[in-house]
Design a protein around this ligand. Structure first.
Ligand code: RNT
Ligand code: ZN
Length: 421
């Protein structure tokens, strides 16, 4: 039997086993096929961007490590991303940050960026057939040096950043129109303070006022959608974060926009998964930043861990898979960056698959009948079903490397491309 025949055969056996607990694996794979993950462009080059790559990353986030082969130009980033997409089952998206604009025809400060700075990305996205999402960039810039941007006490600084984000929403709508797929625009700001802050109320009032100005212009919901991302703290911003969870939860509900929940942005013992069914009572659609915090918002490569699994279980048990936008957010500079994308994206896909493979109908039935032993027993047994056979078959169907075969693929790319940089 050759490798593909083995994968096929294992899948057939797995299909039988899942059918035994009431799960139709063919139907599950069809659903998984439609889940597009928005890959974050910033893993290509440790969040440097092309506006001023030597400026250094600021805003309380950090990429550690100096593994060789980082993308230094737009071409290199695109080549890397093309490689990444070629190794992933399914069709995915790209999430761009404003600092990744194409400034080869001339630089523009953040309050001057325009759709034309993203035209080459749009053309490239058309050619490779992906949708784009977008993020304003309010860090790594001298006008963020006070530690505050949209909530700065100086109106000149606030206005500069209001203008930036306004333009980013226009750019998002341009992307959505050009690519005929809605662009999600996410706002995350680094505002906060290292130590005890007396003007907490004042900064938050300014943030609200600035956001109100930014959102004044209504955009076509078919072209772009707004999201706001909260955070607990950052490096050097330990005592006070202006855009906290309560702030943005309240703001998103009040404005009927999306909330972005980043798994790394909460207390380490807090479960983001449990927020899904709560927040969806008040907000129609959510954005997630799937990442892996270790002790802090360290943005390690996503792995198939309990929290990521629980997150997708909650999304699927809430019946909201079509109401979530899944973005990745990690930047590990200590390992092969292309490999990091593959591990992280595939881990997120595996978590979605596992959640879809749960015998949810039966579990609900047990639960509703008060059969709690049976519920727990089935949950435990479901964990031992041959999910790997289903995953491998999905990869085979999509003609991408199966299992550990990705290691060799990445090694080849490293040898032929990355090591020559
Ligand atoms: C920072 C946020 C934010 C950034 C990106 C680069 O803590 O998670 O999403 O990681 O904008
Ligand atoms: Zn994030």
């Amino acid at each position: 039997m050759n490798k593909s025949e083995m994968i096929q055969k294992s899948y057939e056996l797995a299909r039988e086993q899942y059918a035994g607990i009431g799960v139709n694996t063919d139907a599950v794979l069809q659903i998984l096929d439609k889940v597009a993950i928005s890959l974050h462009c910033w893993q290509t080059d440790d969040v440097s961007g092309f506006e001023n790559p030597d400026a250094g990353l600021s805003g309380g986030i950090q990429a550690t490590g100096n593994y060789p082969g980082k993308a230094r130009t737009i071409e290199e980033a695109r080549a890397d991303l093309e490689k990444v997409y070629s190794l992933l089952p399914g069709k995915h998206r790209l999430s761009l940050h404003a600092i990744y604009g194409d400034f080869r025809q001339g630089k523009a400060d953040r309050d001057k960026i325009e759709p034309k700075h993203f035209e080459s990305w749009v053309n490239w996205a058309k050619i490779i057939g992906i949708g784009l999402d977008f993020n304003c960039t309010l860090f790594s810039h001298p006008k963020a040096d006070s530690g505050y941007t949209l909530s700065d006490l100086n109106p000149g600084i606030r206005n500069f950043w209001v203008e930036h984000v306004r333009r980013c929403r226009d750019i998002s709508a341009y992307m959505g129109r050009a690519l005929r797929t809605r662009c999600v625009h996410n706002i995350w700001i680094p505002d906060g303070s290292k130590d005890l802050t007396v003007n907490r109320f004042k900064h938050r009032a300014y943030l609200k006022e600035s956001l109100d100005k930014i959102l004044e212009k209504s955009q076509d919901p078919a072209l772009m959608a707004d999201a706001v991302e909260a955070k607990l703290f950052g490096i050097g911003i330990e005592a006070y974060t202006v855009g906290s969870h309560e702030f943005y939860l309240g703001y998103a509900v009040a404005k009927k926009i999306m909330l972005c929940l980043d798994i790394g942005h909460f207390h380490p013992t807090e479960q983001v998964s449990d927020k899904v069914s709560a927040v969806f009572q008040f907000i129609d659609e959510l954005l997630f930043h799937v990442t892996r915090p270790i002790r802090w918002d360290s943005d390690h490569v996503v792995t198939l861990n309990d929290e990521v699994r629980a997150l997708f279980e909650e999304i699927i048990w809430a019946d909201k898979l079509d109401k979530v936008n899944i973005g990745l957010d990690f930047f590990d500079a200590s390992i092969n960056r292309i490999g990091a994308y593959i591990i992280g994206t595939r881990a997120a896909q595996k978590a979605i698959l596992l959640a879809l493979l749960n015998p949810t109908d039966k579990l609900r039935e047990y639960e509703e009948n008060g059969q709690n032993f049976e519920r727990l027993a089935l949950l435990e047994e479901a964990k031992a079903k041959p999910f790997g056979a289903v995953w491998d078959y999905f990869c085979l169907q999509h003609d991408v490397p199966v299992g550990e075969a990705i290691i060799n693929e990445i090694q080849q790319y490293e040898k032929n491309v990355l090591n020559k940089r």
